[in-house]
Design a protein around this ligand. Sequence first.
Ligand SMILES: *Cc1c(COP(=O)(O)O)cnc(C)c1O
Length: 402
Amino acid sequence: MPSPSGRHFLQIPGPTNVPDRVLRAMAAPTIDHRGPAFARLTEEVLAGLGTICKTKSHIVIYPSSGTGAWEAALCNTLAPGDRVLMFETGHFATLWRSMAARLGLDVDFVPGDWRSGVDPATVEAKLAGDGARNIKAVCVVHNETATGVSSRIGEIRAAMNRADHPALLLVDTISSLASIDFRMDEWQVDVTVGCSQKGLMVPPGLGINAVSAKALAASKSATLKRSYWDWQEMLAANKSGYFPYTPATNLLYGLREAIHMLLDEGLERVFARHDRHAEATRRAVKAWGLELLCTNPAEYSSSLTAVLVPAGHDADVLRELILERFDMSLGTGLGKLKGKVFRIGHLGDFNDLTLAGTLSGVEMGLALSGIPFKAGGVAAAFDYLTESARHADGSRSSASAA
Ligand SMILES: *Cc1c(COP(=O)(O)O)cnc(C)c1O
């Protein structure tokens, strides 16, 4: 086994590579979470997350994984036996459904093929058919991290509005926030669920809810049991910059730094960067002669790409080979996709040369694995990156000449 010199390539779709700036920011002394410096930190991160979620609503930050933020979204807004509409887009949507069922909700789980997103027409038909207005919430995973498929939240909201249905819209943006455009207020999302370790480039440990006025009103009468996750106590304490219990101080330092980096780059540029790296990755996959798991180009994910390996081959054997030989971690196939796909994460702290290294590791791994493929994927990706860079430089110089 080669010695692990050089950097490990962490190309799973979360946790993602944590930028050195963020790591350094976290290596500061822990401060009194009831002192004045802490209140300023709280205000800064809450405001920054609002900008990133494109919302003026309340932001709640828990010391938790994303799963905790899922639970918070459900138990703050719903009552036992409430009907919720959920969609089988993949492994994460399935886990969220299981949680909702365990919490005592009545889940209408629309079956899916794990290769496409939520169909807005199905949302409209389901809601239009609910004359008694029994459905209390529509829960959608914006970017299904198990499959590399993004659902179209804006179109789903439009479908809900056409059905003129009062259900809340709860959206898991865990692997889309700060990678793929998301507009909480414009799309009238009621609860945005996020966490720290994916596009936000912070280590695992922070769960996020953004809460609309409608969701906050629903929480006043929602009777699912909750204590740790209760928004009311959190929002009351946050008003003066504090938390009802000890927050994850050093992770919040990291989050503040990551927010600075994202807003300095500019959110729209961050999204364009992710789109471009995702397109380059897909060109590599096609040139290799391999199949993308996502079947609908309108739903391609910009944070990760899931790639099918040909039948008779095990994607996990390829992943192990790449880890041992090239010190790169790729995402495994989750749930029923185990062994069938590998996932390339291209989100967070990522640039052209990170992609070049990542795709080179995949192509060399394919060559060593015995999986049938065509060489030239890396070259196809480079051609696209070079062409699009030339285009961007050209428009920049003509802009400065004008
Ligand atoms: C990672 C992920 C989760 C789970 O988050 P944890 O931090 O592992 O609890 C949920 N939903 C999506 C879409 C994810 O990508």
